[in-house]
Design a protein around this ligand. Structure first.
Ligand SMILES: Cc1cc2nc3c(=O)[nH]c(=O)nc-3n(C[C@H](O)[C@H](O)[C@H](O)COP(=O)(O)OP(=O)(O)OC[C@H]3O[C@@H](n4cnc5c(N)ncnc54)[C@H](O)[C@@H]3O)c2cc1C
Length: 260
């Protein structure tokens, strides 16, 4: 099975203090440490496990900047066969529909049985996978937490639904699935693995190579403002050491009947 996994590079929230930029339309990106989007790492692991079961290939693709190459190499060190970088000045500041449009153009250059995305990335819209499926006119399942191969044209997929329940579906290939974190246990990627793929050529495609005009990817959703909401009446900020905060929180929960 030939699988394409869409991956993206996001600020690592364990490594950074995230601050809103002065103009209020983005976050301060100057000194951020970036890493692979967590859900995408699960999607790549799932693709590799499918390849190990039935054969085929795993390609990882990202829309980003030159720096995004590092996440492609990381996922290649994990076991993906090939990486593709989609970059162009015209792609900067596009929205989810624009990202899906760029990915669709790349998908149409290859032949993929299965396309995986993560359930969510840093902007948190969870929109790219569904839009990509619609643009390609392929069946789509979101929040997938298990994949079973029924036969060469059908998968059985579990979806996480409300209340921690799982829904099972049959879905026809070729299809697009957005993968939920926790579907598997992503394998460890060591420095040695990263060194092994350090000099592998990564094809780079821009708007011209993909036949994309600027107006097709111009954002139609324009971010206006980012802000930290003000605290409303009744909000109380707990202060002190972690132990003191936990102690106060437990007392408050007990007082309000939330804990016995
Ligand atoms: C400087 C800057 C300016 C921006 N301005 C705007 C704006 O004006 N309006 C606006 O709507 N958005 C804007 N964005 C947000 C950006 O376009 C989002 O990353 C995009 O909308 C994807 O949304 P998401 O992160 O919610 O992805 P989701 O839809 O939550 O991601 C789901 C999955 O889609 C795939 N995916 C997402 N992004 C990529 C990618 N780049 N490459 C490959 N696969 C991907 C991954 O598999 C991911 O797990 C801006 C971003 C930046 C950095």
């Amino acid at each position: 099975m030939d699988i394409l996994v869409c991956v993206t590079r996001v600020p690592d929230t364990a490594e950074n203090e995230i601050e809103v930029s002065k103009d209020g339309t983005d976050i301060e990106r100057g000194a951020l440490v970036y890493s692979i989007n967590e859900a995408d790492n699960y999607a790549v692991e799932e693709a590799i496990q499918i390849k190990e079961r039935v054969g085929g290939s795993v390609t990882v693709v990202t829309v980003g900047t030159e720096e995004s190459e590092e996440v492609l190499r990381r996922e290649m060190a994990m076991g993906a066969d090939k990486g593709i970088l989609l970059t162009d000045d015209a792609f900067a500041g596009t929205d989810g529909r624009g990202i899906a449009t760029i990915l669709k153009a790349e998908v149409e250059k290859g032949k993929y049985d299965l396309i995986l995305t993560g359930a969510l990335a840093d902007a948190g819209a969870g929109e790219v996978g569904g839009m990509l499926a619609a643009m390609l006119d392929r069946p789509y399942a979101s929040l997938v937490n298990s994949i079973e191969i029924v036969d060469e044209s059908t998968l059985k997929v579990g979806r996480e639904v409300e209340g921690g329940n799982t829904e099972m579906n049959r879905i026809k290939l070729p299809c697009v699935l957005s993968i939920q974190t926790g579907i598997n246990e992503p394998r460890y990627v060591g420095i040695r693995g990263i060194r092994q793929v350090a000099s592998v050529q990564i094809p780079v495609h821009g708007a011209g190579d993909l036949g994309l005009k600027a107006e097709a990817i111009a954002p139609r959703v324009q971010r206006q403002d980012y802000f930290v909401p003000t605290f409303g009446a009744g909000a109380e900020m707990l202060e002190g050491s972690n132990e003191e905060i936990i102690e106060k929180l437990v007392e408050m929960l007990k007082a309000k009947g939330g804990l016995k």
